[in-house]
Design a binder for this molecule. Sequence first.
Ligand code: 7RM
Length: 669
Amino acid sequence: MSQTSPASKNITSVSQETRVFEPNGEFSTAAHISSLTQYRRLYNESIRDPEKFWAKQAEQELIWFKPWKKVLQWKVPDAKWFVGGKLNVSHNCLDRHLSTPLANKAAIIWEGEPASPGKPGEERVLTFKQLHREVCLFANVLKRNGARKGDRVLIYLPMVPEAAVAMLACARIGAVHSVVFGGFSAQSVADRIADCGAKLVITADGGFRRGATIQLKKNVDDALVLKDASGKRLAESIERVIVLRRASNDIHIEEGRDVWWHRELEYVDANCPAAHMDSEDPLFILYTSGSTGKPKGIFHTTAGFLLGAKLTSRLVFDLKPDDLYWCTADVGWVTGHSYVVYGPLANGATSLMYEGAPNFPEPDRFWRIVEKYGVTILYTAPTAIRAFMKWGVEWPKKHNLTSLRLLGTVGEPINPEAWMWYHEVIGGGRCPIVDTWWQTETGVIMITPLPGATPTKPGSATLPFFGVVPEVVDDQGKPVPTNSGGKLVIRKPWPSMLRGVWGDPQRFREVYWSEIKGSYFTGDGCRRDKDGYFWIVGRIDDVLNVAGHRIGTAEIESALVSNPNVAEAAVVGRPDELKGQALVAFVTLKTGVKAHPQLREELRQHVAKEIGPVAKPDDIRFAESLPKTRSGKIMRRLLKQIAAGDEIKGDTTTLEDFGVLARLTQGEE
Ligand code: 7RM
């Protein structure tokens, strides 16, 4: 019997989903956007005359050193927004609040990972004034260590306030930051340095995760000596490493290259004027997986990104002066950029930052924090919600969660069951849920309910944000009929759109702008219902979404093949109740190498070392050969079905060797 996988269950239940949740009256009355009529009127305005709409927003939302001359200059695929304008992101997140009553308000409330059960985590509060001071000091440290406008700076830090300080300090002097998630390996750090030519690394001695110490500095040391195939050192552009003391673990300090963050502070003052940046000066690069082995350096620029982050933060999360807002994402992901740091701070909101894991020391960690601080807005990922469901309602039930007034999700499609659980158990049935669809590339939220205006349907990201023109199309770019599946594209440019793939304009055109002529191709499959609601089905390329982390199959395959025992590897996703997708690797071994369980573990560790623990295959299946087309392309569609335990369906006529398939389905090794 073929087994029904959770994901296919989701898709069926999503397509049959009929529940509608009207916005709650009391919430709506006080909301920034308080009715569907108001949303539609503003949306129509934003679409009818986008330049007029965005000019007005840019004027209202941002502080400019010099006004722009032209709102938009657009020639597919290159957009320039607010041409000629000058501003600074750190000035807009910090300085602007210092002359207001917000100066002494908490900008960041940080909760550290607890040492042990019962013991509270460390706690730190930085007001806007204090954060401004820290940022100015550290910006001067950056300058002292050679960072100049336009230089790239790699940030490899745990979830501590200094991660935000480092990002804002780069923005202050016009250096371009590239944050690398602390769970990534030395190899990933080295590859990213090589790609963007970073001059500095900002790291910590170590970070804490579930009671263990992550050796961040050690990884950087290893990264700095790694070489490419031709023997060239990957990180040769690095001149300095600035090291934050966090875990106090033993580390090596390379004289002349490495300096301690706290020691450097002794040499600087807190006077650091914000650099006048051009609207289109790059703000950050963030590496994200694509369908080839090499991650893409998505880059964003100053004005458009900030405007999008600020406006969406306020309207989607309905931010009010007394909110305590918590986005659980790590700053290593785009969500941490737009919705932990830049968006909330630009709005003068208090952003809570948490260092650790949701279930350490116990599975009520999040609920403890919500109760302790009186969190009012919680933004997290479906994979976390599914994990909480599995751990049981007794954990949230132990805590008073009545401070919550709004819930959000991001990162992957949320199945209606998880949506309902979130709504009832966490939201107590009172809180609207904003299911927000967007990408590293889009910079900010694109399809989302507005909580006081949009009726929600469990599993749908609902309607486009202002100025966003999404459409579901067929391979020719023609809109598909209501309820039919198709490709999700964005028809018109928007201020916070990516400006390119760092150093690779050709890849930018190929990946995003050649699938459907004239439109931005998202890589996602989608359906639109009779009410115009968008239902995202997931990626249609070879990119997987494992527990909210975006990972390219090709990246893992190239890591596996770099092990001397492996001949060939194909990685596919398998629906997983908790993580959304689990990783299944089909591996063929080199002649003479015998498959055995230890090798399986060795390969998993190998991938962890090459890419990071998030990319470790959940399941490794040794195979004699892989199913391929006659032209040599691995038939992933078949492998996916095998991995999910489904029957083999669909066209197999291009398959080169039917025997391969039979052997794989019989589970032979
Ligand atoms: C913010 C982020 C982007 C991919 C995207 C989708 C998936 C994200 C949702 C979603 C369904 C959502 N950036 N995705 N949000 N799918 N509903 N609300 O996640 O670059 O890391 O990933 O994530 O496939 O293309 S990302």
